[in-house]
Design a protein around this ligand. Structure first.
Ligand SMILES: O=c1ccn([C@@H]2O[C@H](COP(=O)(O)O)[C@@H](O)[C@H]2O)c(=O)[nH]1
Length: 274
């Protein structure tokens, strides 16, 4: 099954456009997990088990694992997702970008070492830096287009040949780079007008849309701007708002139950506007 087939099936099976981000920050873990020998694995596994029926994808952000020297725990988590929830795609958020020979190694890291279904890629170095990911015919390359951070405007909003750079990226990927039909774009929920522009340019191409939750993006505006005519087409990511949801102690919640509650609320809010 290709990345896009798997994603489409997960949209339907879980009636969800919610991508659950895995950004483990040990300082925010519950005390009982901090002292375990594999705290990153234990924390993320709890979140995965609590949200697997609510998510269309899981998105581990590699920097959080690497900073903790926990790449082995990321490998184990990816194995766990593939074995236990084989219908949920794994999107490795790595935002790599380098010359072709090095990009080949980054692609092997994402697709062989971690077994990811898709990986985020930086297009700044051009097509030959993206091509090695496209050699993996069934895997996804999710290319940065209009990122959710304020500084994304510094370059992505510059005008070149009469239109902003992010629109050139969307057009290039839609017209030329999407050789296997497995490409996707990153477009921030914090910029719904640009999200709507990108949707017009790329047709039904799936979009990874971070920026709701902790970054404050508006869910209704995001869904209105980014959904396809089928009411799908997006992996709307939320990480910190789900991972570190405050347990309702009166209701006997632990961190995983709190994460599930927020994930369910977010999935349902997205669905209200599809
Ligand atoms: O434009 C982008 C691209 C990627 N991200 C990543 O998504 C999550 C967002 O986390 P929240 O806690 O929901 O804010 C994080 O891993 C970023 O690295 C993004 O935010 N914007």
């Amino acid at each position: 099954m290709t990345f896009i087939e798997k994603l489409s099936a997960a949209w339907t099976a879980n009636n969800s456009l919610l991508c659950v981000g895995l950004d483990p920050d040990i300082a925010k873990f519950p005390a009982a997990i901090k002292t375990r020998p594999d705290p990153v694995y234990a924390f993320c596994k709890g979140i995965i088990d609590a949200t697997a029926d609510l998510a269309c994808a899981f998105k581990p952000q590699i920097a959080y694992f690497a900073a903790l020297r926990a790449e082995d725990q990321l490998e184990a988590l990816c194995d766990y997702v593939r074995e236990t929830y084989p219908r949920i795609p794994i999107v490795l958020d790595a935002k790599r970008g380098d010359i072709g020979a090095t990009a080949e190694q980054y692609a092997r890291e994402a697709f062989e070492r971690y077994g990811a279904d898709a990986v985020t890629v930086n297009p700044y170095m051009g097509f030959d830096s993206v091509a090695p990911y496209l050699e993996w015919k069934d895997r996804g390359a999710i290319i940065l287009c209009r990122t959710s951070n304020p500084g994304g405007s510094d370059l992505q909003f510059l005008t070149a040949d009469g239109k902003p750079v992010y629109q050139h990226v969307a057009q290039l990927v839609a017209d030329k780079w999407n050789t296997n039909g497995q490409c996707s774009l990153v477009v921030g929920a914090t910029f719904p007008d640009e999200l709507a522009q990108v949707r017009r340019i790329v047709g039904d191409m799936p979009l990874l849309v971070p920026g709701i939750g902790a970054q404050g993006g508006d869910v209704q505006a995001t869904v209105n701007a980014g959904r396809t005519s089928a009411g799908t087409g997006m992996m709307i990511n939320s990480s910190r708002a789900i991972l570190y949801a405050k347990p309702d102690q009166a209701a006997g919640e632990d961190h995983a139950k709190a994460a599930r509650r927020v994930a369910a609320d977010t999935r349902n809010e997205i669905n209200r506007f599809r």
